[in-house]
Design a protein around this ligand. Structure first.
Ligand code: G3P
Ligand code: CA
Length: 270
């Protein structure tokens, strides 16, 4: 896997495209600047770039007529009010929906965008974390879009489903993959630690590394990343104190709903 030969610093540069320096921590705008603007819409990505985020994260699903759209849930209910599965809707049905007003009147009329529309907004030197949500058969359509995009080198693919990540890696071997791993909640409200063995599992599959729920991070997990010479990326951290703690432990990238706050608090941006 070409990425392994780039080493730690190389991956940080790769993760944000043409960025020339080793920036720590990378600040990744979760679903765009989603604390302010409606998640996964063009408005959220424009704002994330205005805030000077290092990268932005997007969730994608496939419509019935095989368009790749930016959406977090399997149905459109939460963000448009239409209680139908995205897999059963055509693009013509989806494109007219209002995915903005649930977030506030000023966003009324913001549509559900296509992946290629949002990808095209990514400035040079910035990264694009593309999360493949559960959507059978989506990988070839993503591969087609990335093949036609001048932004391809700025993309990192992420996803929870191991087999889908294996499929994505086979289809797009030059695009780095980070395997997403969550952390289950115990009965007492604490969260389960993420098994450090997952680091080796990801690397053996040819992935660049792991991107995990911050709640499951332990010193053992950080050490496993260090030993394997791979960076640790964490989501979704909105408290600067928590982010500082994770960075001090060794996290290289922080996915957050508040990139402006994190850039100011962790990197001293104006
Ligand atoms: O960036 C990874 C993170 O977005 C995974 O969780 O539910 O927000 O897609 P979710
Ligand atoms: Ca996501």
């Amino acid at each position: 896997m070409a990425l392994r030969f780039l080493g730690v610093m190389g991956f940080l540069c790769w993760a944000v495209g043409a960025m020339a320096q080793d920036v720590r921590p990378l600040i990744i705008a979760h679903r765009g600047a989603s604390a302010v603007a409606p998640e996964n819409t063009a408005a959220a990505y424009r704002l994330a770039w205005e805030m000077n985020s290092d990268a932005a994260e997007v969730d994608v699903y496939l419509t019935k007529d095989k368009k790749v759209v930016c959406l977090h849930d399997a149905t459109l209910k939460r963000t448009t009010g239409v209680d139908r599965p995205i897999a059963e809707m055509t693009w013509d049905e989806v494109r007219v929906l209002d995915a903005g007003s649930w977030k506030g009147e000023r966003w009324t009329g913001e549509p559900v965008p296509l992946l290629e529309e949002v990808l095209a907004l990514t400035p040079e030197g910035k990264g694009f974390f593309l999360e493949i949500k559960h959507s059978p058969g989506i990988v070839p359509y993503i591969a087609e879009i990335l093949a036609a995009s001048p932004r391809r080198k700025q993309v990192t693919i992420i996803g929870f489903e191991f087999e889908t990540m294996v499929e994505a890696h086979a289809a797009m071997p030059d695009v780095p993959i980070l395997w997403l791993i969550g952390s289950s909640k115990n009965d007492d409200g604490t969260f389960q630690p993420i098994d450090p063995a997952n680091v080796r599992k990801a690397l053996d599959a040819g992935f660049a590394g792991i991107n995990v729920s911050w709640r499951g991070v332990t010193p053992e997990l950080v050490e496993a990343c260090r030993e394997a010479d791979t960076e640790l990326f964490v989501w979704t951290v909105n408290d600067p104190e928590e982010a500082r703690r994770l960075v001090a432990m060794g996290a290289a990238g922080i996915t957050t709903d508040v990139p402006d706050v994190m850039l100011r608090e962790l990197r001293g941006a104006e």
